[in-house]
Design a protein around this ligand. Structure first.
Ligand SMILES: [Zn+2]
Ligand SMILES: [Zn+2]
Length: 148
């Protein structure tokens, strides 16, 4: 793990401690996987990556742990389209572009959109909490497959 990944993991574990969530070896491993992969895995993908390490773990256990992380605000559940939920470790605000063929989700940063919240608050009188934007298309891999 890089220093910044270790820092993220440490902060996440602190959050669990502060909220009274018990840190089990599985929870530790799932968090570490989410931070390292940065690939918006499904519960199934996390399960497959960790089953060698935890032979008694089931997909349901992974789901339950992800739900706990979601409740304390460590992960976001992404439900785009009709594919199964993907999970994103919450770091800085970023946007997603989603492949319509394979369901891959890629992060990108675009700094200008805070203005949208300011404008929305100004014209509607709402107290704005957040906004989401998704961009859809066909990823480079899928474009490649199509031409062959
Ligand atoms: Zn794709
Ligand atoms: Zn993301």
């Amino acid at each position: 793990m890089t220093v910044s990944e270790e820092q993220l993991l440490k902060e996440a574990l602190d959050t669990l401690k502060q909220t009274g969530v018990r840190i089990t070896p599985q929870r530790h491993a799932i968090l570490e996987y989410l931070i390292r992969s940065m690939s918006h895995p499904t519960a199934d993908e996390i399960y497959k990556a960790l089953e060698g390490k935890f032979p008694n773990m089931s997909v349901a256990t992974v789901y339950n742990n992800l739900r706990v992380f979601k409740e304390v605000g460590l992960v976001k559940e992404l439900t785009y389209g009709d594919s199964s939920s993907r999970f994103d470790f919450v770091t800085s605000d970023h946007y997603h572009i989603i492949c319509e063929r394979c369901g891959k989700i890629v992060d990108f940063h675009y700094p200008g959109l805070d203005e949208v919240e300011t404008l929305a608050a100004h014209v509607t009188g709402f107290k704005v909490s957040h906004h989401c934007m998704e961009v859809y298309g066909v990823c480079a891999d899928c474009q490649h497959y199509r031409t062959h």
